[in-house]
Design a protein around this ligand. Structure first.
Ligand code: NAD
Ligand code: ZN
Ligand code: ZN
Length: 340
């Protein structure tokens, strides 16, 4: 089977032919149909973060495909069933976090395409309990971006406790942001979308953003304040300054939700303003299996639109460059062709 492999940080990925992986107990093998390119995969391939993966590895945590082989003990999935394999490849199921609905914080979790091989391949393994069934009515190429970009932004809005009539700022209208705009609208909020490319700002308006702010031309904090300030700001742009800019646009009691993970990222949080204005800074990491099930339900109900362009897996290196240049239509999805 073909796979795109990170052999060394910062090097182009290598397209390799590998033996089909064999599912162990509790695992399944999946014939991958589609695999989204999340910006996290680029951070993984570059070794951007303090906790690093170990090359060689296959990135990808938006892999969607058909179950092909069941490992021992797997009884709830069937061969031929479509599943999605998210970042949360496995959690322990026994710790405080797992037992309290916060499996995304499990300290013993295994992350797909980071600590084990992911979806940039024709075949992949998944732990059956964490392979999310994809309901009828969602194609593999649409399910892929929902599997990380969708669940992550849906969860970030939950974490912010967004309510109708609030103002939500979405900073960065890429893979994550284009879905964030839609979930914020579903929650009943007014949405201010911020980006630095014309195409992304147009897309945001098309997807329902009430206010669009071009961060190249306008002071984001001041502009948001003119609208009363954001109740919640989702920081999705891979740029430290963008975090500080939306933080400055919070209203009193507002919440900055940190989601993007720029390399070595830090921001200065002014103590005086934070205390006097009663603002909070919250980190939010992906979402649970239940969150992903809800994301899929919303899509089946026709309430979200996934914006993507498909490319062959062989184009992985050019595709990464295109994301870094901001020249993609929200999300690139590798079409592995297995569904044909
Ligand atoms: P992306 O590249 O598709 O989107 C980033 C967007 O930010 C682009 O539209 C870009 O034009 C825009 N942007 C760049 N500079 C900006 C600025 N100064 N102001 C406003 N917008 C700006 O990336 P993505 O796949 O959406 O991922 C975004 C980040 O989120 C990455 O760092 C990724 O690792 C992270 N991520 C985090 C989680 C989590 O659970 N916390 C999950 C998935 C991805
Ligand atoms: Zn992701
Ligand atoms: Zn756990």
């Amino acid at each position: 089977m073909k796979a795109a492999v990170v052999r060394a940080f910062g090097e182009p990925l290598a397209i390799e032919d590998r033996p089909d992986p064999e599912p162990g107990p509790g695992q399944v093998r999946i014939r991958v149909e589609a695999s989204g390119l999340c910006h996290t995969d680029i951070h993984a391939a570059h070794g951007d973060w303090p906790v690093k993966p170990n090359p060689p590895f296959v990135p990808g945590h938006e892999g969607v495909g058909l179950v092909e082989r069941l490992g021992d003990g797997v009884t709830h999935l069937t061969v031929g069933q479509r599943v999605a394999v998210p970042w949360l490849g496995k959690a322990c199921g026994r710790c405080e976090h797992c037992l309290s609905g916060w499996e995304t914080l499990c300290e013993r979790q295994i992350n797909t395409g980071y600590a084990c091989d992911g979806g940039y391949a024709e075949k992949m393994l998944a732990w059956a309990d964490f392979a999310q069934p994809v309901p009828q009515g969602i194609s593999a190429v649409e399910a892929a971006p929902l599997t990380c970009a969708g669940v992550t932004t849906y969860k970030a809005l939950k974490v912010a406790g967004v309510r109708p009539a609030q103002l939500v700022a979405v900073s960065g209208v890429g893979g994550l942001g284009h879905l964030a705009v839609q979930y914020a609208k579903i929650a009943g909020a007014r949405v201010a979308a911020i980006d630095v490319t014309d195409e992304k700002l147009e897309l945001a308006a098309e997807l329902g953003a009430d206010i669009v702010i071009d961060a190249r031309k306008h002071d984001v904090g001041e502009t948001l304040k003119r609208y009363g300030g954001a109740h919640a700001a989702l920081a999705l742009a891979v740029d430290e300054q963008a975090f500080a800019a939306v933080n400055a646009g919070l209203r009193r009691g507002g919440k900055l939700v940190m989601v993007a993970l720029p390399a070595h990222g830090t921001i200065e949080v002014p103590i005086f303003d934070t205390v006097l204005n009663g603002t909070s800074v919250i980190g939010s990491i992906v979402g649970t299996r239940q969150d992903l099930a809800e994301v899929f339900q919303l899509h089946v109900a026709g309430r979200t639109r996934v914006v993507y362009e498909t490319r062959p897996l062989d184009s992985v290196n050019e595709s990464i460059d295109a994301v870094l240049r901001g020249q993609v239509k929200a999300r690139i999805v590798f079409d592995l062709g297995a569904g044909q």
